[in-house]
Design a protein around this ligand. Structure first.
Ligand code: DAH
Length: 333
């Protein structure tokens, strides 16, 4: 019996199945229900006990060598020709992705300002005190510098995560001469409790327009154009006096939202007006800090929050939903 198995071992070792059918044939001949191995195992049961160990080992060897041969063949080459070449097969479907609502709104806003001649500028998210506060005319004791609002870097508290994109204003004015027309979209950080209305990280778009004889009326017209491009051509705006350290005078811009439904009522706190952005004429002290002569140049700046506008556009009542990455929500937007 041993000799017989040796013979089979030789046969398997020298077998060279050249296609899947031949490999299958080899498998059936040895491993099939009526195959060689089943017969041999039947004989094995009748073998004398002194031979059993040796025969057992040989049988195992034969079995694994057949399996290896079959596997080697069928793994490497296609069994039947239904692979890439088969043009009748349905294709792989790839689920198309989409842009996050915050990106959608940001891109749309950026697009509108670009059409008006603004260039996109960028600045660092990790910023020093000068560019985030001091050059923007924040007094030394201003509460925004407080630990409560600002994330300072533990390793070096002279640095912080920028609390607004206004730092890009400063960096642009330091490195370019007017005329300047830029918008700076980007991420900002505030050490605030996370709630349905506020988050510790969100996105802003900063705008800066600087040239000779730029007036408050220029700002108003630019912002009206923007509001009508984004919210619809009949949109009305109003400017309310406000305060920012880096602009004088400063204002907040509302758009007329309407007061027709209960939701309108809630969103506008019963006024019908919706606050969209902060703006103002760049304070001469800021121009001076950035090396620009306020006698020669003037300009306006504005800053708006992207999440807030995305929440209005997509009727999302809770800002946290924008950062949960819950596909059930994102797929609907
Ligand atoms: N930096 C302000 C903020 O974070 C937004 C802002 C308001 C920017 C008025 C401006 C501006 O440039 O003129 O709340």
């Amino acid at each position: 019996m041993q000799a017989k198995i040796q013979q089979y071992l030789l046969e398997v070792a020298s077998a060279t199945p050249s296609n899947a059918d031949e490999a299958e044939f080899l498998r059936l001949r040895f491993l099939g229900r009526k195959g060689v191995l089943n017969d041999l195992f039947a004989d094995f049961k009748l073998a004398e006990s002194k031979d059993r160990r040796e025969i057992g080992q040989l049988l195992n060897e034969l079995k694994t060598s057949v399996e290896a041969k079959v596997l080697e063949h069928s793994a490497g080459k296609p069994k039947v020709l239904i692979s890439a070449e088969d043009t009748s097969r349905p294709g792989w479907s790839v689920a198309p992705g989409s842009h996050h609502p915050v990106s959608q709104v940001r891109d749309e806003l950026v697009d509108i300002f670009r059409r008006m001649g603004f260039a996109v500028a960028e600045g660092p998210e990790m910023e020093d005190d000068w560019h985030n506060f001091t050059a923007l005319n924040f007094p030394p004791e201003h509460p925004a510098r407080d630990m409560q609002d600002t994330f300072f870097l533990a390793r070096n508290p002279d640095w912080a995560l920028r609390t607004h994109t206004s730092n890009v204003q400063v960096r642009t004015m330091e490195s370019q001469k007017p005329p300047i027309r830029i918008i700076a979209p980007g991420r900002v950080f505030r050490n605030e409790a996370i709630s349905s209305r506020s988050h510790c990280m969100f996105h802003q778009i900063e705008g800066l327009y600087l040239d000779r004889k730029v007036s408050f009326a220029d700002m108003k017209q630019t912002l009206l154009e923007f509001a009508q491009a984004f919210f619809g051509e009949k949109t009305a705006i109003r400017l309310r006096p406000s305060y920012f350290p880096f602009t004088e005078p400063s204002a907040e811009m509302d758009i007329w939202w309407g007061l027709e439904t209960e939701v309108d009522y809630r969103m506008t706190k019963g006024t019908g007006w919706l606050e969209i952005l902060g703006c103002g004429m760049v304070d001469p002290a800021v121009l001076e800090a950035c090396g620009i002569d306020p006698q020669e140049f003037s300009g306006f700046a504005f800053g708006l929050g992207v999440e807030r506008i995305a929440m209005q556009r997509f009727a999302i009542p809770d800002i946290r939903a924008l950062f949960d990455n819950d596909l059930r929500l994102l797929r609907t937007l």
